[in-house]
Design a binder for this molecule. Structure first.
Ligand code: ASP
Length: 462
């Protein structure tokens, strides 16, 4: 069953697409349409995404704790920590650069129906507000967001009551407290030792819950896709064709870069990697939340790619929280697209200079770090990038219609970036970690991997 899961998920996605297209052809005021969308939303969003989110905060807390108590020393933790941060920052910068190169080359904002969109913007905006009221309110609510606000807000999210962070799913706060507690536990030594097997047992139990949720994922994914396609239909793409194309081409280029890094630095063939993370990729694609996907990402990376749990438990939660390559790329492309399209109109009197492009690069990286790993988050933090260059939030609603679709691609790219990070750091640190654990004499390889025939090196190609 487990080996067939990706096939079942794929079939469910295709079936959801067909069911959604059929629903979108119905009159939205009919009871059949309303009830079907209601049911698909209830099962896909409320139940499935709810279940995944339910385990995310405890999973992050327990897995980081398990990772830290499994590492032999604080020096080892710092080394993995800074390498992870450096890796994530580098790949995010590459992603934004690729986005900028493609948007400046393709120039989607200068193509297609530019004049028509500019001339009819007021009416179009009214229609968009009517259809996407909730998104408009969120973007308008973020008006005035600056880099200083984002930095302060993130610090506030780190230094927070851990129970509040856990209950509100504030992952930065959970990570910070778990790190502190983990370091304290290894520092106290003998007194802390009895707690370690408990943490590892909890970690294994949470991953078991993930397995149960995953067993039902094809059905839930069918509901998610049906609801998404059923509510938006295929028509929205015509107007924004060049914009969508630019984002997708840039994302494809970034995926190639990630796979190249995986091959050259992580010493793992792209095929092995893609095969190993396909379930996480599909869940990210359909849930549009890298936080909700985290339990599955951890399972795929550890079970299929042979990344040591000590590494994955630390690197992946950090990645799901701060490393968003797809989001960063998208934010840069979106803001430049809107400048190309509306430049010179009231609230968009902007000339795209090299300095302004650098400002977009820097704020896109920052905004992606600050984005929550939930659907639509990139759309909101994009306001930071727009504000930094003086683009009024008035124009952002233009891209609402295709945002959910693009969110599928950027979220799955975010998850892929996290997984490549885990493979690379595992490769760079694997031997050292194994030696340190052997010297330390503790059997710390937790959960199901203990009985498995292969270890981290078995999946490394070349
Ligand atoms: N949905 C994305 C994620 O969860 C964030 C975004 O909206 O770009 O990774």
């Amino acid at each position: 069953m487990k080996n067939k899961l990706h096939i079942l998920i794929f079939v469910a996605m295709a079936a959801g697409l067909i069911a959604g297209l059929w629903l979108s052809s119905l009159d939205p005021s009919t009871p059949l349409y309303e009830n079907s969308i209601w049911l698909a939303d209830l099962l896909g969003k409320t139940v499935f995404i709810g279940l995944l989110k339910m385990i995310v905060a405890p999973l992050i807390f327990i897995s980081i704790l398990a990772a830290i108590v499994s590492l032999a020393s604080r020096a080892e933790l710092w080394r993995i920590g800074w390498k992870t941060m450096a890796f994530y920052l580098t790949t995010t910068s590459i992603a934004v650069t690729l986005g900028l190169v493609f948007v400046l080359t393709i120039q989607p904002g200068l193509r297609g129906d530019r004049d028509m969109i500019r001339a009819s913007w007021a009416e179009r905006r009214a229609e968009i507000d009517h259809e996407f009221g909730a998104k408009t309110a969120k973007v308008d609510g973020a008006e005035g967001l600056t880099a200083a606000d984002t930095i302060k807000a993130n610090i506030q999210k780190i230094v927070v009551n851990p129970f509040k962070a856990l209950s509100e799913g504030q992952t930065l706060g959970v990570i910070f407290f778990a790190c502190l507690l983990g370091i304290a536990l290894i520092t106290v030594g003998k007194e802390g030792r009895p707690v370690i097997p408990i943490i590892q047992g909890m970690n294994a139990a949470i991953m078991r819950i993930t397995g149960w949720i995953m067993a039902g994922s094809p059905f839930f994914i069918f509901c998610l896709i049906t609801s998404l396609v059923g509510q938006h239909g295929p028509g929205v793409f015509e107007l924004l064709f060049w914009y969508v194309l630019t984002v997708l081409v840039a994302i494809a280029a970034h995926v190639v870069v990630l796979l190249t890094i995986c091959k050259t630095v992580g010493k793992m063939s792209p095929w092995t990697f893609l095969k190993g993370i396909r379930e996480a990729w599909m869940i990210a694609f359909s849930t549009r939340s890298s936080a909700a996907t985290l339990p599955v990402t951890m399972e795929c990376v550890e079970e299929n790619l042979g990344v040591r749990p000590e590494a994955a438990n630390f690197i992946l939660p950090l990645g799901a929280t701060i490393n968003m390559d797809g989001t960063a790329l998208y934010e840069g492309v979106a803001v430049i697209f809107l400048i190309q399209l509306f430049g010179g109109m009231p609230g968009a009197e902007i000339v795209l200079t090299p300095v302004l492009t650098v400002v977009i690069f820097l704020t896109a990286v920052l905004a992606s770090v600050g984005a929550a790993a939930v659907p639509d988050a990139g759309l909101i933090t994009m306001v930071l990038v727009a504000n930094a260059v003086g683009l009024s939030v008035e124009y952002i609603p233009l891209i609402f219609a295709v945002d959910a679709f693009l969110d599928m691609f950027r979220t799955s790219t975010n998850v892929m970036g996290d997984a490549v990070g885990a493979v690379v750091i595992n490769r760079l640190e694997g031997d050292r970690m194994a030696a340190a654990l052997a010297t330390d004499g503790r059997d710390r390889v937790p959960r199901s991997r203990r009985n498995r025939p292969h270890d981290s090196e078995s999946r490394v190609d070349g």
